[in-house]
Each structure stands twice: as C-alpha cells, then as structure tokens.
Design a protein around this ligand. Structure first.
Ligand code: ADP
Ligand code: ADP
Ligand code: ZN
Length: 208
C-alpha cells in the first residue's frame, strides 16, 4: 500500500503516521524529519534546508524530489510506505506521478485556529515522536526513547502564519490534483487523536 498524507501544518499527519506505520507495517517517510535529521548532522542538505525552513518556506522542488525518490528505493519501502509531508507542491506531485501510482491520498483537515494552538504547543523528539504540552504534565522526555523533547524553531508564532499561508498557496491545490486522480479521501482532523485514527483505519481497510 502506498499512502500520501495531505493536510495543513498541525493537522496531525505525524501523529497519525506513527500509528498507521506501526499497524499497517508501512515505512513512514517524513520529509520534515529527514530535513531535521540533516540539520542536526549539519550536512550540506541540512544547511540548505535550514535557510528555507526557518522562513517557513518550502525547500526547492528539485532537491526535495531527488531526496524522496532516493529514499523510496530503500528496502524498507518495498512493502509499502506512508509519505508524510510529500508531495507539497503540484510540481512535486507531477514528478512523483511519473514514477508511482499511489493507492490513496488521505487529507486530514482542521480549522486554522486549532492548527495554531496545536503547533504552538507541539514538542518533538529527534526520534520523530510528537507531543503536545497539554498532555505532557510537565514531562520533558520522550516516552518512546527517553531523549529530551524540544520545540521546533519553525513552530514559533511568527513562522506559523507564514507556513499556513504557504500551505494554502502551494499545497492545498494538491487536494484537487488527487481528487481528479480518483484517490482522494478526507478525514476530519479536528477530532480526538483516537477518533481521527478510527476514520483513517476505515479508509485504509477499504483499500487493503
Ligand atoms: P503535522 O504533522 O500535521 O504538522 P502533528 O502530528 O505534529 O501535525 O500534530 C501537531 C500537534 O498537535 C502536536 O503537538 C500533536 O501532539 C497535536 N495533535 C495531533 N493530533 C491531534 C488531535 N487529534 N487532537 C489534539 N491534538 C493533536
Ligand atoms: P508540518 O508540521 O508543518 O507539516 P514538516 O515537518 O512536514 O512540517 O515540514 C517542516 C518544513 O520542512 C517545511 O516548512 C518545509 O520548509 C520543509 N519541508 C518538508 N517537506 C517538504 C516538501 N515536501 N517540500 C518542500 N519543503 C518541505
Ligand atoms: Zn524519542
């Protein structure tokens, strides 16, 4: 199964992706996580990506497309994968269409005021796990791996509005793109994590 997760920043893509990947045994490919990993390792790709990420802008298509196509060649993707954060522009989607036919594009939607609240309280672990301060009760380490949690630089309020704008301009058109391809399914991301996941499972079980 090849799944693309769509939706604005803060909709819950990463949170749901962790669950889906585990239950359906899919490789979880998060382009944001790959860029952040490169940033931590201070690679050339990391340095390039940082200049865009800090501004709330997208990393250029050519770099991003090459990175993802390369990643999808690895063995862990042979049984299917879940793309979280790619494609994010029509150019990326078109380049990807030329190589692959996906089974479903799952669009997770939520209203802006909810997105802003979720992003402002998001705490991350370098292992990819995501938390929200509302549920942490003062805890500062990761349940999965024990490392210290941090706030993403681009989750600060100044950058968040920019990212929401970039989403509307450059990524939201993909909803139409995948609707026309006949693979779009939408779920209501404004519900509890569990409820959203139940909806997603219904969609995926209808495909598998
Ligand atoms: P995305 O990957 O789409 O940017 P995340 O999965 O990182 O979104 O979620 C953004 C923030 O909102 C995180 O702090 C996460 O813990 C929280 N969150 C995710 N899904 C929900 C939900 N259904 N209800 C409330 N908070 C959520
Ligand atoms: P979000 O939680 O907003 O969905 P991500 O972790 O997916 O954030 O992405 C963080 C940043 O990484 C983006 O704002 C962008 O700069 C960069 N990025 C991630 N995926 C892509 C992509 N497919 N194309 C271009 N830039 C990307
Ligand atoms: Zn962790």
């Amino acid at each position: 199964m090849k799944v693309v997760l769509l939706g604005p920043p803060g909709a819950g893509k990463g949170t749901q992706a962790m669950r889906i990947a585990k239950e359906y045994q899919l490789a979880h490919i998060s382009t944001g996580d790959i860029f952040r990993q490169n940033l931590r390792e201070n690679t050339e790709l990391g340095k390039l990506a940082k200049s865009y990420m800090d501004q709330g802008q997208l990393v250029p298509d050519d770099v991003t497309i090459a990175m993802v196509l390369d990643r999808l060649q690895k063995d862990d993707c042979q049984n299917g994968y879940l793309l979280d954060g790619f494609p994010r522009t029509v150019a990326q989607a078109k380049a990807f269409d030329e190589t692959t036919k996906i089974d479903v594009a799952l669009d997770i939607e939520a209203p802006d005021e909810l997105l802003v609240r979720r992003i402002a309280g998001r705490r991350m672990c370098s292992c990819g796990a995501t938390y929200h301060v509302d549920w942490l009760n003062g805890k500062t380490t990761c349940d999965v791996c024990g490392k210290e949690l941090y706030q993403r630089d681009d989750d600060r309020e100044e950058t968040v509005y920019k990212r929401l704008m970039v989403y509307k301009e450059q990524t939201a058109p993909l909803i139409d793109h995948y609707a026309q391809a006949g693979v779009l399914k939408s779920v209501d991301g404004a519900q509890d994590v569990e409820k959203v996941y139940e909806e997603i499972k219904k969609v995926l079980d209808g495909i598998a």
